[in-house]
Design a protein around this ligand. Sequence first.
Ligand code: ADP
Ligand code: MG
Length: 728
Amino acid sequence: MGIFRFEALKETLNRIPVDFKENGKHSENFGINVFSENTMRQYLTKDAFNSVMDAMEHGSKIDRKIADQVASSMKDWALSKGVTHYTHWFQPLTGGTAEKHDAFFEPIGGGNAVEKFSGGALVQQEPDASSFPSGGIRNTFEARGYTAWDPTSPAFIYGTTLCIPTVFVAYTGEALDNKTPLLRALQAVDKHATAVAKYFDKNVKKVTASLGVEQEYFLIDKALVISRPDLLMTGRTLLGHSAAKGQQLDDHYFGSIPQRALNFMRELETECMKLGIPAKTRHNEVAPNQFELAPIYEETNLAVDHNSLMMDIMGKIASRHNLRVLLHEKPFAGINGSGKHNNWSLSTNTGVNLLGPGKTPMRNLQFLTFFINTIKAIREYEELMRAGIASASNDHRLGANEAPPAIISVFIGEQLTKVLNDLEGVTKGKLSPQEKTDLKLNVVGKIPEILLDNTDRNRTSPFAFTGNKFEYRAVGSLANSAKPMTILNTIVAKQLKDFKIEVDSLIKNNDLKKDEAIFNVLREYIKQSKDILFEGNGYSAEWEEEAEKRGLSNNKTTPLALKAIVSKKTIDLYKEMKVLSEVEVRARHEIQLDEYTLRIQIEGRVLGDIALNHVIPTAVNYQNKLIENVRGLKDIFGDEFETIAKDQMDLIKKISEHISAITTKTNDMVEERKKANVIEDVEEKSFAYCDKIRPYFDEIRYHCDKLELMVDDELWPLTKYREMLFTR
Ligand code: ADP
Ligand code: MG
């Protein structure tokens, strides 16, 4: 057996589970490492407290003196908890989170030192950011970027570091991170949703978008992961024959959680609790060694920060348990990949969920207004929604018959479909008193009742209504939810803005009553956006055909999908909603394409290495053994050997065929890479990687996987699927 594989398996089998003892109840631990409202009340003067609260709620500026006070209190609080450093914590445009730690410590001369943290250091920092991608923004304008405190997400202690959530912007003001446009989108949806919500309740002052993320992941022993260069370098297996048993028995889903995984989860949850992340639900997922963690929903910006932080914590805790977390959307071919369902809704400061039906016809008309406007927004911008979840890794999942397809559609269930059909039949213009009563009683009035038994679920839908929220299921497990959430909240904001203009105009110019005007506009919206509704099987070939007839996009690859983010329609949208300028949009497009190219390039190199340095030498080695065997048989049996050694000789030939196919294809792939690498245009290059290089992966893999089945198990160097998925 390949020495590495053998050692890795031995190490895994000898593993003693790392135990974890909970230290206190979750409720007691919750938020102890967060500079939360409660902590602020204790540590801040009244003025400072009010000022921060005001900034959190209304985005008002915090003046310098107050910032000094806040910084000093944050420092006192952090020091009391053994913290030594602080960092501006932000989410750069490619992957993960970024931090650079500075000590509070400052020498004051005479061999003495103090701990210091000023308002200036709290409010703004200049990280050496030259290696973060900027899509040319910093090069063309000004070399530097800075991070600025985002008071809407509380500071927290991670390890011995005080982390201050920040935005990351260029000196010229362009956003260089994922958070800045998200905050702008959330402001836009607040503004326009509040204006519409006022039709129904004058007291509404603010609308907040909430987000609950269900995070899926794989958990594999550290030694096994390290034994696979592909997993280690790219996050997924580039080859490997499926195990005889996969997920077909469905025996993992909701089954009992393996002990090592459970210990990991308990520690992860405790750490989440301390950081104020309301980790609530844990369970096994469909694939072997696949799991899910779902915190309770929160305000969107906070939920995004918490998810990014949680992904980081997962990695750290896993390594304490000698495990590795795989967040890639498709670590293993042939079994389910991982997603990150984004559960989204809008709620008012008066405590009403605008996507939840209520007890009165008025509340339900409000529900229908937000419900239908959301559907219309998705219809208008389906292609942008697809672009928002595009990545090299998520491409493996979308349309792979296990996750939502690359076609965006909305699932609302049978009963709500019927409601929309009824509404579509509403008379144009003024309504007769009879019709109004009818609508109130039989259509709008019935919603809460019908929703109660609306239990039908459609796992094949990328965007599904689930009772009181929409669930965006096509988001990838590795994604930063800020991207899809920026898009969703922006398009809904824009849609609500247009809706208000139309309703107001009907009231003013056509002398309609408010509810009549709303019914009229909604009726038209249903007609215009019906095409996006789909209740059937999203995996089916018929749906692809049908979707094409309906004019829905089906962009299967990232470079293609990303075209939508630089379309005139999108640029106008972002400009109008003040979310991103054209310069920012184009920079982002470039960064994402570039990231795509780099990922495919790395995969190509790793696959080439494995094929040439692991697979072929092993196959040759085994082939030599067979040749020796045939020679021996010839010595013993003379002429008769041809019949006796027929199978071995066939095998020798087949091995040669696969070896030569692998060699040819790998060389061809390298040639294509050379051609692609000299292309200057970022988009053209990404298309070359997508269309010319990537197709080799499956071809090379095919032959490698065939060899895996032929070669003596003892010689095979790479840890096999069955070992990775079933050893724990
Ligand atoms: P499932 O979708 O698996 O049935 P749940 O419906 O319980 O699971 O919730 C999944 C996620 O949706 C959780 O994070 C939950 O907190 C979140 N969620 C529930 N209600 C809302 C809401 N109104 N807005 C946003 N997220 C919500
Ligand atoms: Mg769900």
